[in-house]
Design a protein around this ligand. Sequence first.
Ligand SMILES: Cc1ncc(COP(=O)(O)O)c(C=O)c1O
Length: 398
Amino acid sequence: MQRFDKPIPREASASLKYDGRLETFGTADVMPMWVADMDFAAPDAVVAALQARANHPIYGYSMPPESLYQALIDWLLAKHQWQVAREWIVLTPGVAPSLNLVVAALTAENAGVIVQPPVYFPFLSVAANQQRRLIENPLVLQDDGVGNLHYQMDLLQLDACAKDASLLMLCSPHNPVGRVWLKEELLALLAIAKKHGLIILADEIHADLVYDNAQHHALSRLAFEDLASSTAAPHPIVTAVSPSKTFNIPGLSLSALIVPDAAYRQAIQTHLNKLAVSVTNPFSMIAFEAAYRGGSEWLNALMAYLQTTRDEAMAFIHAHLPKIHAICPQGGYLLWLDCRQLNLDDEALALFFVREAKLGLSSGAIFGRGGEGFMRMNIGTPKANVMAALERLKAALG
Ligand SMILES: Cc1ncc(COP(=O)(O)O)c(C=O)c1O
């Protein structure tokens, strides 16, 4: 038995995914495969570091030690060949709030903000939250003719949208469709951003969760490489990173913005100060540093395990669920299921999954345009659960 096969009961642990079922689905009798956290124990190095900190009985305001910044710098260099300077790093209490923070700090009221749906749903509300204008550049779903579906960015349309926009929110890798963008795609996007003076806010929270045959490219690193032969200033890119998805510690809410541009960094810091937001939770800091320093073997094992789960799930769907097409993720632990052949509207589709299959998935419609008729299944759980869920779906459809 592999370490990730071990079931760990999460009920009554104030888990949103488990204890929030009744509120979200109207019943607790669903297998929960919605919120993007995993049902796996965090790396031993993280658990041990947290236990050691808990043994010190004073839980006062804390400050991030320099060693925490260094752990992140070392990780980004080793994992993504991205050399980040200490002063570029701004710690924030989570990536979702950081998206709002960056848009508020770096763009003017009513500025155009581009998103590429279907996308992680908080992207869709940032513009309205901050009194900016939402501009949608939907991803394009292509069929290779032999049943493989594949998402791409519409770069021509992006060029048109960019004329009227100040900032692009990029999801890389892309939740929920599981794309890991190619270097060529990112360079083309960068060229469009440069042409129109568009700031890029790159959410790279899923960057470490990439399968064989795909490679994540940190956009900011590409921008610096692109610049190597000139003396111009680098194109302004703000990148959000976090150990939260990578090491399954999202409840600890600590992330980082990498902001090479000094003026942008100042604007972001000023905005944080205005809101009196600072990073003070000792447990978040301990876990952040321990994960980046000691989690790499765990992550390799996790990705091998998830890849087996992904492949078996894909094979099962192909063999037994002819009306459902799964988009094979290149990164992340979210399976994007095309259920359009069931011919159900979104409400009926969601009810079918809850009532007939007894599965609690995320409805594709919440991810915006192009999500209608899709469901998102979280496979970050023991493989036996994923296969049992697919059996439920088969029985419900049968
Ligand atoms: C693309 C993306 N960004 C941000 C988040 C949330 O990040 P945080 O928990 O740090 O706010 C998620 C969580 O699913 C995500 O998928």
